[in-house]
Design a protein around this ligand. Structure first.
Ligand code: FE2
Length: 262
C-alpha cells in the first residue's frame, strides 16, 4: 500500500481566540492510499479537523483517472468537513481552453461544488471557525509564473490585482500552490501561507533544503517545511503524491495538520 507520514505544525497567531485545527492536502496527484483511500480518510477523520485546505494539484493534468480518485476522496471528506480548494498548475492547465481533458475536468469541478467544496480561483471567502474569523484566500497564478527557470517576478501590485488585500480584522490564510513567491506572499500580509508544488525536492538534505526540486531548480528558497517572518508563517508541503518523476529520497509523502493557537 502507498504510504505517507503525518506532520503536525503548531502555529501561533495573536488573533486566535480559540484553537483551530486544519488538515492540509497538497499535490495529491490522484494518489490512493489503501482501498478507496481508506488510510488517508481514516487519518483525517481521526484528527477531526475544523476545516480542510487543499493547496492545489489534486490531479494529474494528462491522466483523467486521477480526477476519479480525487473526486471520490474529496467528496467523502466534504461530507464531514468544510473544504476549500485552491488551484495548482495541473488544475489551471486542465481547465484551459483546448485542453484534451477540459470537459472531464469541468465535470469534476461541478461535482465537487455540488458536494459543497468551495473553489477559490483568485477568490476569497470569510469563514467563522471556533469563534475566530478567518478569510481563506485561494491564489491562482497565471501559468507564466510556473515557467522554468525564467518565470517573472511576482510584484505586490500583481498579487493585489489577483487577490485583493488581506482583511486586518480577520486571520488571513493564503493558499498559494507555488512556493517560489514566498517573499511576495509574506509581504502581502498573510497570517498563514500554505504551498506545495516542489514535492519536497526529489532528494532532501534537511528539514528545509531539497537538493533538487522535482522542477529541476536546485535549492529553492522555500522548498519544504515551515518558515517564519514577523510572526507570520508559511508551510510548504512535501505533498501526498507525485507524477512524471516518481522519485523521493529521504522525502516521504506527507499529510499536514496545523494547530492554530494564540
Ligand atoms: Fe504543482
Amino acid at each position: 500500500m502507498e504510504k505517507f507520514r503525518t506532520v503536525t505544525y503548531e502555529v501561533h497567531n495573536p488573533k486566535i481566540k480559540k484553537g483551530v485545527r486544519f488538515a492540509v492536502l497538497a499535490d495529491l496527484h490522484g494518489t490512493i492510499f489503501g482501498e478507496e483511500n481508506s488510510a488517508l480518510l481514516k487519518k483525517i477523520q481521526e484528527h477531526a479537523p475544523d476545516a480542510i485546505l487543499l493547496a492545489g494539484d489534486m490531479v494529474v493534468r494528462m491522466d483523467p483517472s486521477t480526477l476519479e480518485s480525487a473526486r471520490n476522496l474529496l467528496c467523502t471528506l466534504a461530507k464531514d468537513f468544510p473544504t476549500f480548494y485552491a488551484m495548482g498548475n495541473h488544475e489551471t492547465k486542465m481547465k484551459a481552453e483546448g485542453h484534451l481533458y477540459r470537459n472531464e475536468y469541468l465535470e469534476y469541478k461541478a461535482e465537487l461544488k455540488q458536494n459543497g467544496i468551495c473553489f477559490l480561483e483568485n477568490e476569497k471567502i470569510p469563514i467563522s471557525l471556533c469563534g475566530n474569523l478567518f478569510v481563506v484566500n485561494g491564489l491562482e497564478l497565471p501559468l507564466e509564473y510556473y515557467h522554468k527557470p525564467f518565470s517573472p517576478e511576482l510584484t505586490s501590485e500583481k498579487l493585489e490585482e489577483l487577490m485583493g488585500k488581506p482583511d486586518p480584522a480577520a486571520i488571513n490564510i493564503l493558499l498559494a500552490h507555488n512556493p517560489k513567491y514566498g517573499k511576495a506572499y509574506f509581504r502581502w500580509g498573510a497570517d498563514l501561507i500554505l504551498s506545495g508544488h516542489y514535492h519536497g525536492g526529489v532528494l532532501r538534505f534537511s528539514r528545509h533544503v531539497g537538493a533538487i526540486s522535482s522542477q529541476f531548480i536546485p535549492f529553492p528558497q522555500y522548498c519544504c517545511g515551515d518558515f517564519y517572518k514577523k510572526g507570520k508563517c508559511m508551510i510548504v508541503s512535501a505533498g501526498l503524491g507525485e507524477h512524471t518523476v516518481p522519485l523521493r529520497i529521504h522525502n516521504p509523502r506527507e499529510l499536514i495538520f496545523i494547530e492554530m493557537k494564540l
